[in-house]
Design a protein around this ligand. Structure first.
Ligand SMILES: NC(=O)c1ccc[n+]([C@@H]2O[C@H](COP(=O)([O-])OP(=O)(O)OC[C@H]3O[C@@H](n4cnc5c(N)ncnc54)[C@H](O)[C@@H]3O)[C@@H](O)[C@H]2O)c1
Length: 436
């Protein structure tokens, strides 16, 4: 099928490349001319494992192309909207200006029977408003608006797109439903369930899913706090819980709080929707509050590890992205931690395998380093903020030899206390008391 993808960011680029790989003819359109020029030179503007090869192969085979906003999309049968929906300043509602802007831009060009599919995460009712805009702009046409929320995770995005747990299609229109079925037909071999629901239901499934996962993270983080007080080990608690199929082991890793481009903004937007509709989502409210407080509180862990003060001390922070295998630093828990350390008078040396360029404008006073060992040079403590593979097996003797004192604060629980003890480190983790 002829597909246009509006927005060539983390979701649009991955989805576009995967749909091309399924055999569809895809054009990814972005308003960022620099991004499009880079893509046309074969440069991938984001870090996502496997994406460079996938894009290159599909461009070479003539199924994937890139163009700037305003380019011709007239022949596309399906137009996906994958633009950003960040938090709106002031009230936390999802900022839908990019979505509505994109709809207005494409409206004059759409074929009379095009299907417009929203991949962006949008609040309930957004599809209705998009339909309203299209009816206004194109009274001649029978364009359908479908909700098809995306569940891929950065860092494993291609695998997630090609092997989804489920595909959610929100429409009441039979023709649109057939078009979406055809789009995802290449996945039938893997037989993922396709759930056909109403558009509003589809929109809410996405927010409810993210809020639920965020709840698991916030829950285990609070249990970690309790573990520290009562002498239990949160990793063993999580394992003991997660083996119960009704609970599941995913998203039960205690750490510095959730971040990223989705959970924080999506929980806030869901709360806003609930508020606007006179419904109290008290659990989600608590999750958002608990998580916000937790991120900055992580600095207290570093303080405790350095006997109550970091003033004049040097702290190495390993990992600036919100999780490994991405260059995305949006709402990364490392940021409030670093800001708090700065506020407390510390010098911060930072290293991240992929996220330093994104971090620099937000954290200009960090000393950016070339490696974990470079960051640890002269440091009074190393803080592991993101569990990149390359931080999992650091040469502890080498690390110790360059540090001012051997202290590690492991906010991701990736090391074992006994190996740290053998290497003569003072070791602090999350929800594992007595590991020092
Ligand atoms: N990143 C994720 O892991 C993820 C996962 C699932 C869902 N989502 C949702 O998908 C949506 C996109 O997220 P993202 O992370 O890919 O965002 P992003 O910021 O990486 O990409 C958005 C892109 O859209 C482009 N854009 C904005 N307005 C445009 C317009 N009018 N025409 C053409 N291009 C335009 C921007 O230039 C940018 O390149 C959001 O709603 C997000 O919540 C994201």
């Amino acid at each position: 099928m002829r597909v246009t993808m509006i927005g060539a960011g983390y979701v649009g680029l991955v989805s576009g490349a995967c749909l091309a790989d399924f055999g569809h003819n895809v054009t990814c359109i972005d308003k960022d001319a620099g991004r499009v020029a880079a893509l046309n030179r074969g440069e991938i503007p984001i870090f996502e494992p496997g994406l460079t090869d996938l894009v290159e192969a599909n461009v070479r085979q003539g199924r994937l192309a890139f163009a700037v906003t305003g380019s011709d999309i007239g022949r596309a049968e399906v137009v996906f909207i994958a633009v950003g929906t960040p938090s709106r300043r002031g009230d936390g509602h999802a900022d839908l200006s990019f979505v509505y802007g994109a709809v207005r831009e494409i409206a004059p060009q759409l074929s009379r029977t095009a299907v417009v599919v929203t991949k962006s995460t949008v609040p309930v009712g957004t599809g209705d408003e998009m339909e309203h805009i299209l009816r206004e702009e194109r009274p001649d046409a029978e364009i359908q608006v479908v909700s098809n929320p995306e569940f891929l995770r950065e860092g494993a995005a291609i695998r997630d797109f090609k092997h989804p747990d489920r595909i959610v299609v929100g429409t009441d229109d039979a023709r649109a439903r057939d078009v979406l079925t055809e789009i995802y037909r290449p996945l039938y071999l893997n037989a993922p369930p396709i759930i056909y629901v109403s558009r509003r239901t589809a929109e809410l499934i996405k927010y409810a899913s993210n809020a639920f996962l965020a709840t698991k993270v916030a829950f285990i983080n609070e249990i970690a706090d309790l573990c520290e007080q009562v002498g239990a080990d949160v990793q063993e608690v999580a394992r003991g819980m997660g083996l119960d199929n009704r609970i599941g082991s995913k998203f039960l890793h205690a750490g510095p709080g959730f971040g990223g481009s989705c959970f924080p903004k999506d929980t806030t937007a869901l709360l806003k929707t609930a508020q606007d509709n006179g419904v109290a989502l008290r659990i989600v409210e608590a999750v958002a509050t608990v998580n916000e407080q937790r991120k900055r509180a992580m600095a207290r862990k570093v303080l405790a590890a350095l006997d109550g003060s970091v003033r004049g001390r040097t702290i190495a922070v390993l990992g600036l992205t919100f999780k490994p295998n991405t260059d995305d630093t949006r709402d990364s828990p490392a940021f409030p931690l670093i800001t708090a350390l700065h506020d407390l008078g510390a010098t911060v040396r930072g290293y991240d395998p992929a996220g330093m360029e994104q971090a620099k404008p937000h954290l200009p006073s960090v000393i950016y380093c070339h490696s974990a060992y470079d960051a640890a040079e002269g440091a009074d403590a190393v803080v592991i903020a993101t569990e990149w593979e390359q931080f999992r097996a650091l040469d502890l003797a080498r690390l110790k030899s360059v540090m001012a004192q051997p202290v590690i604060v492991d906010l991701r629980n990736i090391y074992r206390a006994d190996e740290m003890k053998r290497a003569n480190f003072r070791y602090f983790a999350v929800g594992r008391p007595g590991v020092e």
